[in-house]
Design a protein around this ligand. Structure first.
Ligand code: ADP
Ligand code: NI
Length: 215
């Protein structure tokens, strides 16, 4: 990172996420940071400081991770000031981390900066493929949703509110995970997502075969 020591940011984020058991732990953040950096290297016009800081901080003001979102935002703003990040950069970072989530973009699509598009792609890549499968079941267990149950059907036209209502983990693949490939912003993320989506489709095919006693 050009503007400051990344160890300081890492320590801050690590502390915030230490108790997470919903799949938004520090290891998730590190994967998103690494992926965001990889994508950013393919997009020369992107500001690496904004990409890195937003990737590190993208989950610490999320309702899934913190109890009081407004308080978390105030604390983060104070931290960024303490780290001498300019108010223009702080504004850009908040603009990204407040608007990249899947649920926020269900009813209207936020226009994100190129750095926001990169961090959103990196976060979404971590929700698909083998890691995505593991995280979906882990998160499903965390919120007490069933694995698979044919009495639930996959919903279309989801809203921010209905997205969080009870359903099965398997339906989550149809409602979100299989759709992410199409929603990627950058070409490089689209290529990565394509391959990971094939892997998820194979997994689901096999899951249904075993469920139905065919394998
Ligand atoms: P965002 O932060 O973009 O709104 P989500 O909250 O939808 O994203 O998802 C964060 C992680 O939790 C992802 O890996 C996602 O697949 C998983 N997840 C979210 N909702 C569910 C659900 N109902 N069942 C299983 N996994 C879920
Ligand atoms: Ni995330």
């Amino acid at each position: 990172m050009v503007i400051m020591d990344k160890k300081v940011v890492e320590e801050f984020v690590q502390k915030k996420l230490i108790n997470d058991c919903s799949g938004h732990d520090f290891m998730h953040v590190q994967r998103v940071v690494n992926m965001a950096l990889k994508l950013s290297n393919q997009v020369p016009a992107s500001d690496k400081d904004i990409v890195l800081l937003s990737a590190y901080l993208h989950d610490i003001i999320d309702e899934k991770v913190v109890v009081d979102v407004d308080k978390a935002k105030i604390l983060l703003n104070e931290k960024l000031n303490q780290w001498n990040i300019s108010s223009s950069k702080i504004g850009k970072i908040f603009e990204i981390i407040e608007n990249i989530s899947f649920s926020k973009n269900l009813e209207k699509k936020y226009e994100l900066s190129i750095e926001g598009q990169i961090v959103q792609d990196a976060d979404r890549i971590d929700a698909i493929g083998a890691i995505g499968i593991a995280r979906a079941f882990y998160y499903g267990r965390h919120i007490g949703n069933p694995l698979h149950d044919t009495k639930f059907s996959a919903r279309s036209n989801l809203t921010e509110k209905s997205y969080r209502e009870e359903n099965t983990v398997i339906n989550h693949f149809h409602e979100k995970l299989l759709k992410l490939e199409e929603l990627m912003n950058t070409d490089i993320a689209k290529d990565i997502a394509k391959e990971r989506t094939i892997f998820m489709r194979d997994f689901l095919k096999r899951f249904y075969q075993e469920w139905n006693g065919e394998k």
